[in-house]
Design a protein around this ligand. Structure first.
Ligand code: IPE
Ligand code: IPE
Ligand code: MG
Ligand code: MG
Ligand code: MG
Length: 331
């Protein structure tokens, strides 16, 4: 597996995007489906490179790390990172690796989330979960090793030391006791309980929202210092990502209750079966649906002051909106 700095032949900036410029819409702007597809492909390539198989023999742990990370996923967090990176003239090669590091960390949280001691899930991204395929001990170690690999990726970036430290800090915070780990602990503690909506929202902000927030902030941090001159920008991004992160988990909760296993690629109806309080169970599916739409609208309003610079972030909201309506059409 790669742990040192990685070679990059392509040093285009995302604001240039080489020949893709020829595919821009009539306005001269890059169409969302083009930059998203291009971005997702670049991140897949970065992931494949960062988790490449060893020539001299791959251990089972490494094979399981690749299995956990390279088999699909919507890559929402990496695309958010790329979209925020487009706010400035950020080198594409840096964004690709930062987006990949975020997806590696996300994969770590999913592997641990699926463990028998957590959600005890057997299906993820349409395939047997890591502990089903490789055993529980290996799955625990896959999570550990992926987490380390995400940080190694950031620490090895071809970027100044200050930037690398800022990115490592951001990602560490997102999965800390005040972020995803704390949120997951809360998730477990609330099983079978009747709780107020506020507690559910606090849990969602930590277990899923924190990594979404980091994804946006890390894309911006690649090129824009968080200093007094950019305080407004970071405030707008924080509001945007708080709403987006919450919406993402609310949509996940709705689909758990309404979509089928084949559509989800993970077992549907798990939240109710495990007596997990969710937005859908507390508010009802229809109200949760409206809540998700309201959150996506609020996220759009948060970045409206950024104007055309925030176009890709706005397009990510349209993508989330379309995903919700595709899989959970309103009654
Ligand atoms: C699933 O996230 C876990 C949540 C935090 C809701 P995604 O829905 O983004 O999962 P993938 O990456 O597309 O599989
Ligand atoms: C998981 O939430 C959030 C994480 C921190 C991984 P869920 O337990 O609802 O995610 P899924 O439905 O298993 O993907
Ligand atoms: Mg869970
Ligand atoms: Mg789960
Ligand atoms: Mg879920």
């Amino acid at each position: 597996m790669r742990t040192g700095s990685t070679p990059h032949e392509d040093r285009t900036s995302v604001s240039v995007l080489g020949e893709l410029g020829a595919q821009a819409g009539a306005s001269g702007r890059l169409l969302p489906e083009i930059w998203m597809q291009d971005g997702a492909e670049r991140v897949e390539q970065a992931l494949a490179r960062l988790l490449c198989a060893e020539d001299d023999g791959e251990t089972e742990l490494m094979a399981a790390m690749r299995y956990a990370t390279l088999q699909g996923g919507k890559r929402t967090r990496a695309l958010l990172c790329l979209a925020a990176g487009a706010l400035a003239d950020t080198p594409a090669h840096m964004l690709d690796d930062v987006g990949a590091a975020i997806e590696i960390m996300h994969a770590c949280t999913l592997v641990h989330d699926d463990l028998p001691a957590m959600d005890d899930d057997v299906l993820r991204r349409g395939l047997p979960t890591v502990h089903v395929k490789f055993g529980e001990a290996t799955a625990i170690l896959v999570g550990d090793a992926l987490q380390a690999h995400a940080f190694l990726t950031l620490a090895s970036l071809d970027a100044p030391g200050d930037s690398r430290i800022a990115l490592v800090r951001e990602l560490a915070q997102a999965v800390s006791a005040e972020g995803a780990a704390g949120g997951q602990a809360m998730d477990i503690s609330l099983v079978g309980k009747h709780v107020e909506l506020d507690r559910i929202l606090a849990m969602h902000r930590m277990k899923s929202g924190a990594l979404v927030r980091a994804s946006v902030r890390m894309g911006a941090l690649c090129a824009i210092d968080e200093d007094a001159a950019h305080a407004e920008l970071y405030r707008a991004l924080d509001l945007y990502s708080a709403c987006f992160g919450l919406a993402l988990q609310v949509v996940d909760d709705i689909l758990d209750a309404t979509a089928d296993t084949a559509t989800l690629g993970k077992t549907s109806g798990k939240d109710a079966a495990a007596q997990k309080p969710t937005c859908a169970s507390i508010m009802g599916v229809q109200a949760a649906h409206q809540f998700a739409l309201d959150l996506l609208r609020d996220a759009g309003e948060a970045i409206a002051p950024l104007g055309p610079r925030g176009e890709r972030l706005a397009q990510m909201l349209q993508r989330a909106n379309a995903y919700l309506f595709k899989h959970a059409p309103r009654a």
